[in-house]
Design a protein around this ligand. Structure first.
Ligand code: C5P
Length: 237
């Protein structure tokens, strides 16, 4: 069964999310992404509230610190009942493995340990920027692939990547290694600040296993209709 498209809840506060949810049938269970903006505004209670509404949560906080700090932070986050969370691969194999250990340690007995994935190169980073700012002198693709292999070595379940890199990562890691891709735009919708976009159908064909969609749904005149259309396109074989 394919995963539902993940809706990025890029809203300033819970009130705005409630207004957004009023467009959806109450019984519709969604997979939503909680990012830094809403988490820093509302705190961990926002996750508990979303779970109470019957939704699954991807907690997108992109941890990147020394291994001990990441492990301890993940031990705390493991208690929230999220399905998926992430770290930056640039923190290194040791840091990623520490994050995983923290999640395992903090997950209440009998509950499922959240999947942990790594951000490779941000989709906002160009190859020229990577050369200049990070002094990584390979191609962007080679860097993304290297980070994906590091994430696999650390025992993580997958990566966040551009749909343009998903097939390569699948070929060099495994079929089941998660390739979660943002930058999804249904045909004909506004691109916004995303540079390399793909339609849901193309993302699947390109090897993505999960998609994150924000503005095409959150800014739509009819968010539920738009969500269903994207879900259908994504599930189309
Ligand atoms: O509105 P849009 O569909 O562009 O939203 C994409 C979401 O995915 C945003 O929450 C953005 O922060 C996130 N994201 C991204 N590129 C990454 C990682 C996360 O666009 N590499």
């Amino acid at each position: 069964m394919s995963q539902r498209p993940i809706i990025a809840l890029d809203f300033p506060n819970r009130q705005a999310i409630e207004t957004f949810f009023s467009h959806f049938p109450k019984e519709e269970s969604l997979f939503v992404k909680v990012g830094m903006e809403i988490f820093y505004q509302e705190g961990p209670s926002i996750v508990a509230w979303l779970k109470e509404q019957g939704h699954d949560v991807f907690l997108d906080l992109k941890l990147h610190d020394i291994p001990n700090t990441v492990e301890r932070a993940m031990t705390r986050l493991a208690d929230l009942g999220v399905s998926l969370t992430n770290v930056h691969a640039a923190g290194g194999v040791e840091m990623m493995a520490a994050g995983l250990a923290g999640l395992q340690k903090g997950t209440p007995r009998g509950e499922k340990v959240p999947n942990l994935i790594a951000v490779t190169q941000l989709t906002s980073t160009s190859e020229a920027q990577m050369h200049r700012d990070q002094q990584i002198l390979t191609s962007l693709q080679a860097s993304v692939l290297h980070y994906a292999k590091c994430a696999q070595t650390a025992g993580l379940q997958g990566v966040v990547c551009s749909a343009h890199e998903a097939e390569m990562i699948k070929a060099q890691t495994s079929e089941t290694f998660i390739r979660l891709t943002p930058g999804i735009r249904p045909a004909g919708s506004a691109v916004g600040d995303q540079k390399r976009v793909m339609t849901p159908q193309n993302a699947r064909q390109a090897g993505a296993t999960m998609i994150v969609v924000g503005r095409p749904i959150t800014q739509a005149a009819s968010p539920y209709e738009r969500y269903l259309a994207i879900k259908e396109a994504w599930e189309e074989q």
